[in-house]
Design a binder for this molecule. Structure first.
Ligand code: FAD
Ligand code: EPU
Length: 350
């Protein structure tokens, strides 16, 4: 455990943005975290001002727009263990620093069902409850049991149940009421011994057919999801990105009806509450800057909008965070002008 000054964060964020953190340290246990915070408190006491703390997982949902004038603490708490089981479920606890996809593969190889649709989402276990990660018809809330988190000020571990987390679409209590207050140290998931297959979303069934799958399994679903994702989402190891840059916006049924009159091919999914969730990728694809018909595939310097998925903004190499941010502003503006819909960023802007 060492606090290092002036560290480039380029390799610590999947956008590949080159900014510098004033201080950087990693921790692999709650005790080590506590010790790091003591240093931070000591520094704060002598400098008479608290320096900002940023907890980092895999850095796959962040856009750094400037140097970070504080301490970045990288969570590397490891370990996966089954803590309990009953006739139908296994309760499996994972350290916040475990890689999410490796955790999913571990569950699949142990015949534990529930997370297979969430295959290949980048990042770590500890961030999975932050925005209630979701894909292909499943969200983390569907398999979540509890988590442990360290309160930064009170220096104590607090356990959160499913209800405590107030999960929503790409939302949790940790992004709102408790923003920057807790470090998630472990998450416990409640997985199924008998799988309940979920293949109805998107192109999963088509992909399973293409793969020639005869007998459905959680491994087959995971492979199908991996294939679909790989075909349209850019691999951060090749092109910098943080997945969907915006959330899919929700509008009322009557508003959607009006838009369908003007734009019959608009893509929306009806929700049980009567509202409609629009595909932001479609909205973005239909708009563009002054000199191009569509944002999709647009590039200005090294900042761009992915050619296969308009919801994903990309860094082709040396884009600065504020260039990506400026592009997102222009996209929000054109979508609002054309459709009257305001896009909200999903990525955390630092
Ligand atoms: P980071 O980016 O490191 O952190 C994200 C936020 O959580 C920050 O505010 C950080 O301070 C906070 N944080 C991280 N760890 C902790 C902790 N232990 N305690 C407290 N706060 C913490 N997301 C989806 O939901 N569905 C998808 O399908 C999806 N696809 C993606 C595809 C690609 C190619 C990429 C690059 C991203 C995708 N994402 C997706 C977004 C991203 O993978 C998830 O949000 C992921 O959970 C982020 O994990 P991370 O460890 O990288 O978090
Ligand atoms: N579409 C377009 N043009 C595009 C992109 C999409 O018209 O350029 C339309 C198509 O009609 C397509 C529909 O939008 O069928 C939906 O696209 P897709 O299946 O790719 O999903 P998405 O709504 O764009 C969401 C999540 C993803 C998640 C996938 C699969 C959000 C913000 N994004 O994307 O999550 O992997 O569904 O479930 O909800 C992330 O959060 O980072 C992320 C990648």
């Amino acid at each position: 455990m060492q606090i290092q000054p002036n560290i480039s964060l380029k390799k610590y964020n999947t956008f590949g943005i080159d900014v510098v953190a004033k201080y950087f340290a990693s921790f692999n246990s709650t005790d080590a975290l506590g010790q790091l915070l003591q240093y931070d408190d000591a520094r704060a006491a002598t400098q008479k001002n608290q320096i900002p703390i940023l907890i980092l997982g895999g850095g796959s949902n962040m856009l750094f727009t400037k140097n970070f004038d504080g301490i970045v603490l990288k969570n590397e708490i490891k370990g996966i263990e089954i803590i309990r089981e009953d006739d139908n479920h296994v309760y499996i606890k994972a350290g916040a620093g475990e890689n999410w996809h490796q955790f999913v593969l571990h569950c699949i190889s142990n015949n534990l069902a529930g997370v297979e649709n969430l295959s290949l989402i980048p990042g770590n276990v500890g961030a999975s409850p932050m925005q209630n990660i979701g894909a292909y018809g499943v969200e983390i809330k569907d398999v979540f049991h509890s988590l442990e988190a360290f309160h930064l000020k009170e220096k104590k571990i607090v356990t959160f149940s499913l209800n405590d987390c107030t999960f929503g679409y790409r939302e949790s209590v940790f992004k709102k009421k408790y923003k920057n207050q807790f470090v998630i140290t472990s998450v416990t998931y409640k997985l199924n011994k008998q799988p309940v297959f979920n293949t109805s979303y998107g192109a999963i069934e088509q992909e399973l057919e293409k793969m020639g799958v005869q007998e459905l399994s959680i491994k087959a679903i995971s492979d199908a999801v991996i294939n679909i994702r790989s075909s349209k989402l850019p691999n951060p190891a090749e092109i910098g990105n943080a997945g969907s840059f915006f959330k899919n916006p929700e509008i009322s049924g009557p508003e959607f009806h009006k838009l369908t009159q003007l734009y019959p091919s608009i893509v929306g999914y009806h929700l049980p509450n009567g509202n409609v969730k629009l595909a932001a990728g479609w909205l973005i694809e239909q708009c563009g800057p002054q000199d191009a018909v569509s944002w999709k595939g647009y590039r200005n310097g090294d900042a761009g909008c992915h050619a296969k998925q308009a919801l994903v903004l990309v860094n082709y190499g040396h884009a600065k965070g504020d260039e990506i941010y400026a592009l997102s502003e222009s996209i929000i503006e054109t979508v609002q002008q054309k459709f009257g819909v305001i896009l909200e960023r999903e990525v955390n802007i630092i």
